[in-house]
Design a protein around this ligand. Sequence first.
Ligand code: EPZ
Length: 417
Amino acid sequence: MSKLIITGRRKLRGEAVVQGAKNSALPIIAASLLTKGENLIFNCPQLSDVEASCDILRYLGCRVERIDRTLLIACDAPDKNDIPDELMRRTRSSIVFLGAILARMGRARLSFPGGCEIGSRPIDIHLSALREMGAVIRERHGYLNCHAPKGLRGRKIPLPFPSVGATEDIMIAACLASGTTTIINAAREPEICDLADYLNKCGAHIYGAGEGTVVIDGVGSLRGAAHTVMPDRIAAATLLCCGAVTGGELLLRGAVPSHLGAVLPLLEKAGCELSVLPDGVGLRAPEALKAPGVVRTMPYPGFPTDAQAPFMALGAVARGTTVFIENIFENRFLHASELCRMGACIRTEGRVAVIEGVERLYGAKVEARDLRGAAALVIAALCAEDETRLGGVCYLERGYESLEQTLSSLGADIRKI
Ligand code: EPZ
């Protein structure tokens, strides 16, 4: 198992290009199953979660080739409608294939996606929506057996929670359904807009993505298209935190300020000087950070749950008290105990974490247990005294493309062994 060795207290300085968004590439790869003809997906990040989704498409009979950060995908004749357990378990987000396989093949058999480190990750909203559209879904022996005897039909679907994955799953399934589907209380994340942009390039009729109500007029078929994946707003937020805790000065090319509407004000509150440029965001950190105060994670455009862990590392060394209320996932403070091993002063109770900023963190042997928690430990290690040995690097590689190279190019003392 590889480890990252980080020696902290080096200011980060320079420019970095923000990677393509993992949480946009994944649903787009699944949605490409609906199309005939070639797709060219540009700016697709090289991540293990993305490779897992590509392997699912290959298993289903599609042609997927990667040339650097471009995927060439052709799904002219998929010949399977199931996803075996070992493929399902490699990434949580494979549930978004359910709508795609059902829409293209008329039936689907997926193993139940297990929970993961940050929560039980139920899929009840996905299943009730697809049933509403005419799917018959039986859950047996850990498998979902689904078929749509009369095809999928457009329906009005109010969501009890603006679930990102469920919104994506329904949008994808609705593209080839007969009639119009209206999703009410849909997720508004930018990744939803990116998926809709891609699907509309393929010939879909999707309106209102990014707002609370999304309307999809079903069409007969979709053809492959070329699309560039949007920049990853969470990777951008993570790099900004790296700059902030090291008293550094960064320019992130490709960061989209409007995607960071709830994140940038917190960095300013912490004392960072931010500049919004035509093609990115600049940050100049103060010598000492101030605590950002109370932070509630919320559906977009609120503060993103994926940025909670990186910001907890920032709060650990910011003067004052930071409080996180994690409203999205029930178990997303796994990184707190590892940060405490580095000298942080954090107490968690249920969905609340209270962080008293300390003068200094100290390098330690720490273990990541989920993707964003791994990022938090890297951020803490960058400003800690001495050396940190971080295990669980595989979690980092699920969502961050060669983070150690990027940080090293900005002046960090970081290496993988
Ligand atoms: C997506 O997960 C992202 N993953 C997550 O990013 C992100 O944290 C999350 O959205 C929230 O923004 C991808 O896009 C691949 P949800 P998803 O459905 O779709 C509950 C990362 O670190 N829920 O919006 O699974 C659920 O339990 C990952 O990049 C149901 O109850 O998130 C959770 O409490 C982690 N029933 C809440 O909704 C359902 O059927 C939000 O889940 C579905 C969800």
